[in-house]
Design a protein around this ligand. Sequence first.
Ligand code: SAM
Ligand code: SF4
Length: 463
Amino acid sequence: MAEYRYELYMADLKRVTAEEAVRRGHALTACVVTFGCQMNARDSEKLLGILLEAGFEESASEEADLVVINTCTVRENANTRLYGHLGHLNSMKREHPDKIIALCGCMMQEADEVEKIRKKYRFVDIVFGTHNLYQFAELLLRRMTGEKRVIEVWEKEREIVEDLPVRREVPWKSGVNIMFGCNNFCSYCIVPYVRGRERSRAPEEILAEVRRLAADGVIEVMLLGQNVNSYGKTLPEPVSFASLLREVCRVPGIERVRFMTSHPKDLSDELIRVMSEEPKVCPHLHLPLQSGSDRILAKMNRHYTKAGYLALVEKIRAAMPDISLTTDIIVGFPGETEEDFEETMDVVRQVGFDSAFTFIYSPRTGTPAAALPDQVPKETVDERFKRLLDLVQKTGGERSGRELGKTLPVLVEGEDEHCPGRVTGRLGNNVMVHFPGDLSLIGTIVPVKLTDYHGFYYIGERI
Ligand code: SAM
Ligand code: SF4
């Protein structure tokens, strides 16, 4: 158990927040804006948990008394978007000088960006990084008790702090961090630099959290890590991800288990077996390909080949024929030739992913790939990107709709926005289903017969 006790600061923060609310004549409101991946989304739930416990009220509007922006930096456009956003917040703060603006997340782990904010964005009140997120209550307290600006970013990760309060986005599902950081150093990727080295949480901590979530009404959990397949390797008593997954499935009350992300180089036969044996594990696997060219994969430091990836897919499909496969692909990695790109297209054709996130390569300062010669010209990348997108849509379309006529469990998530009297939910493989039903079904799993298919969603009827 870590030594840092956020409760010590929380007691003071609660008092100061209450006093400030009296001074301003209204309860203080807080808006947390999240950019990026599920890790960031989960971190934002912790930030909001801390704020609600301190006495802030949640607000969806950036007019709030406190705005926290949880940043992403995986691609350049994420950084550009932040600076656009800051301009807007600055004008709001000119009208309301009491407004507090805090920045955190991956981009704040980049020293150059923090320097720029320190010098040119002086209206930003608080800056912290991914490693000291759990200090948020302390940093906010310092700002609210007179410190003009609080900028504190740690270069390196320290201990894992358990048991921070969390405000879940929805009551029935939750992300659960099983590990932090990444050791893979794919040559294009900034994550290992901004999220630190890989650290796994102890399995008993994870299971205790899942039990608490189940007791609190959660029926679906998503186990989160940059590469869940290497979970547990560095623990004092090593544990495999597959065995953790099996244990999570044993928790009473949990009905669906998802996980992300799986690196193809570490996906074990044991994991395939557990996935195929445990009915609670959703029939979906996100398996980032990045490129289909062996030459590019080697330059990316991915440690698998096109043939290895295809063989893995075959093994997975042999064990779970109905599984939904999704992927990430990067177009325009330095030195990518037309032949390399065709290898990627070939994998897409052969696998027939259900869907794919396609990204244009974005050079990230400090990563090895950013210093490589032969950056691919923009027109070539744009043209390849379009071809890839067309193919992904075509092959995805060919596989979609295959559940038509079946009766499958659907987790109901809300009212169908376009049709009152209908609700919307998701199949285990994430595909959306709309069917007649009332709002009391939200947050439950019900069997639904899939009667009609409309491109990317089903219409059904409850059985
Ligand atoms: N750890 C996960 C993995 O290995 O799949 C995902 C991490 S990253 C946040 C999500 C995706 O962003 C990656 O799979 C990759 O396709 C993409 N990505 C990362 N760095 C990138 C870059 N420099 N340019 C374009 N896409 C990038
Ligand atoms: Fe980035 Fe590779 Fe780690 Fe994923 S596995 S976070 S792509 S370095």
